[in-house]
Ligand binder design. Sequence first.
Ligand code: DCP
Ligand code: CA
Length: 363
Amino acid sequence: MLKTTSNKPQRKIIHVDMDCFFAAVEIRDNPEYQNKPIAIGHPTAKRGVLATASYEARKYGVRAAMPTQMALKKCPKLIIVPMRMEAYKEASAKVFEIFKSYTHLVQGLSLDEAFIDVSECSNHQGSATLIAQEILTKIYEKTGLTASAGVANCKFLAKIASDRNKPNGLCIIKPSEVDSFVRALEIREISGVGPKSAEKLQAQGLYTCADIQAFGIVQMEKHFGTSGDKLWKLAHGIDNSPVNPNRQRKSFSKERTFEEDRPREEAWDITYELFNHLKESFSKWKQNNPGYKVTGIEVKVRYTGFITTTVSQKCKPDQYIIKSLLLRALERNSGDIRLIGVGFQLAPPKDNIQIEMEFDAFE
Ligand code: DCP
Ligand code: CA
């Protein structure tokens, strides 16, 4: 076990994640979907992927990001419900209002997920467990939806905990339980450790955090560089990353999936239209988010058969550069096109640059 010499008081972090969020909103608003396999997607689309699925549908193996066609093969009775983003945003706003009634230290990760640092909260004599319980109750009262929460002394453990007793569950990792919890933790459960990283770690015989502890920091750094160092810390339950209420956006993009695959000759016209759409949306967004600078452009092309390629360049927004990026992407494959995306890479306002909990380096 790692001894800590710090006298700093333990932090209390809650991670809240709504249960099958979009699907739950649809079931709430359409009681006939209760206990039915439903998924959120485009009902008439032959192409396209699902945003999420109800727990009933998940029993059949239907998952978020699965192509609609594949999902229908797995579950022929699946009801595909069209996306109603406004309803999800409305529910999300209510949930975040509840979080912010406890503290301003709320870091949203998406519409349905946030970290809340309640270390300084005096509610319930500072009991993070009682605060988390009350948050889940209030979410249900105010939105008719259920959520799950995890409580721990750091962000990465709170996030893992919120997934442990889903749906409508709470999981507390007490400071005294951290060591045994992390030792048993499978490395691939750590947010940011994707399949490729997991494979590299497994090649060294590393499956659980206990394996990393035994491997030691010297070997971790030798084999995995700075990512190895970060993972070694996490494997000892050390994550000092703060709950950052001003999470910065790193990119802004638009993409389009086609109902029928499109011939590559049409790619530039579609990309140009998307670029104009992107510029328009970005300038509207910037009115509420001043200070962001575009530092690069990204073009994404997905071909028939799901092969996806992304080409990017550090530059200002420029249609000629976009065209050259598109051409580079098209050189990489000869098939028809299923999806095109165009995005801006962003730099945050200068006075507000921060470090986030990110493990992209593991990929
Ligand atoms: N979402 C999406 N596309 C994805 C994944 C998710 O549009 N590829 C949307 C739909 C989800 C919402 O974001 O409802 C939240 O995503 P989660 O990953 O938290 O999944 P759910 O809330 O649906 O399910 P869970 O109960 O497992 O958290
Ligand atoms: Ca969720």
